[in-house]
Write a protein that binds this ligand. Structure first.
Ligand code: PLP
Length: 385
């Protein structure tokens, strides 16, 4: 990013950070540098940008990374082949056999699997904790704790963790605070400014925003951590290709307008759900009665597009609602322009059955898209019957 861009507003940086017209052709949009390798002028004579081989660095990916760093207010960003690849590189950088991590008791299923089924094989221990309970987090810290892993809002119950408070606990313990900012996005929440050491994204969701690409990212202002992440990513090879990088960069340009519309539409949907006789509970951090509302209002600009609710009549009633919508498509994932509906107990969170992470079986999760709010509300009301 050029220095002058650093002082610009979020919407401007989303469109311009890391992105200059192509010096050779004037192409306004950063090209897709679909190449694996780069010509050198003599042995060791790298050309402009210092590019050598696309696992190590690629210009389309560099543009994406500079834009991501700017939006999160961090010094460095690295893009990955998926959100899980970013999680893998983070954890393998931060922990060694015998170390310990604290994870949310309702962590993203893939993160839980990585910690519980993979890292455990290398003798890394973990404690799932209800992160909205700051005292419980403090009590779970051990001398070997190297990281506190935060999701806020959480999936699918939209629990809220106090990022600044948890950063204090992590730093007292000389551990790192990692915030998975996938649900909030940098438009709604800036974890580095609240004391987090590392921000992680599944760019598959809101950042890409169009349900057409899988990717991940890590952002940090710590030079040494960044070097370690970049080293391991290059060693392990979990990079996104140039076209996927370009799609994600394209998505970022409209992040601000999309997140405002996602939030507007979610508010309309929530309003319709809270007054519906068949809806027994609505989970949305924008509701004053939500347990995390005060903290969310302090650390988020708005409350985003994810809404969960329970329905009277148990699991079958919830499955019927999921089967009954026409505009809300029945699918896993979230954060795209189109509205999605799912049953966490049988879909995204099926693997948590019988564990401490199990979700209510009458729960429905919505990823509220940016279609007309009237149409979305009507679709849900028809499905609720
Ligand atoms: C989807 C998701 C991930 C994993 O990202 P992938 O891109 O699917 O690998 C991690 N954290 C959260 C909160 C997610 O929603």
């Amino acid at each position: 990013m050029t220095d002058s861009a650093a002082r610009h507003g979020f919407e401007t940086r989303a469109i311009h950070a890391g992105q200059e017209p192509d010096p050779h052709t004037g192409s306004v949009i950063v090209p897709i540098y679909q190449t694996s390798t780069f010509a050198q002028d003599g042995v060791g004579g790298l050309r402009a940008g210092g590019y050598e081989y696309s696992r190590t660095a690629n210009p389309t990916r560099t543009a994406l990374e500079e834009c991501l760093a700017s939006l999160e207010g961090g010094r460095h960003a690295l893009a990955f082949a998926s959100g899980m690849a970013a999680s893998d590189i983070t954890l393998r950088t931060l922990v060694r056999p015998g170390d310990h991590v604290i994870i949310p008791d309702d962590a993203y299923g893939g993160t839980f699997r990585l910690v519980d089924k993979v890292l455990s094989q290398w003798g890394v221990e973990h404690t799932p904790v209800h992160l909205s309970d700051v005292d419980a987090v403090r009590a779970a810290v051990r001398p070997e704790t190297k990281a506190i892993w935060v999701e806020t809002p959480t999936n699918p119950l939209l629990g809220i963790a106090d990022i600044a408070a948890l950063a204090g606990i992590a730093h007292d313990a000389e551990a790192r605070l990692v915030v998975d900012n996938t649900f909030a996005t940098p438009y709604l929440q800036s974890p580095l400014g609240l004391g987090a050491d590392i921000v992680l994204h599944s760019t598959t969701k809101y950042l890409g925003g169009h349900s057409d690409v899988v990717g991940g990212a890590l952002i940090t202002s710590d030079d040494e951590l960044h070097e370690k992440f970049a080293f391991l990513r290059n060693a392990a090879g979990s990079v996104p290709g140039p076209f996927d990088s370009w799609l994600t960069l394209r998505g970022l340009k409209t992040l601000a307008v999309r997140m405002d519309r996602h939030s507007d539409n979610a508010e309309r949907v929530v309003e319709a759900l809270v007054s519906h006789p068949k809806v027994t509970r609505v989970y949305y951090p924008g509701l004053v009665e939500h347990a995390g509302h005060e903290v969310a209002a302090k650390q988020m600009r708005r409350f985003g597009g994810m809404v969960s609710f329970t329905v009277a009549g148990g699991e079958q009633a919830a499955l019927d609602v999921c089967a009954g919508t026409k505009l809300f498509t029945l699918a896993e994932s979230l954060g795209g322009i189109e509205s999605l509906i799912e049953h966490p107990g049988k879909m995204t969170h099926a693997s948590t059955a019988g564990s401490a992470l199990q979700v209510p079986d009458d729960l429905v999760r919505l990823s509220v898209g940016i279609e007309s709010a009237d149409d979305l509300v009507e679709d849900l009301l028809i499905a609720l019957g």
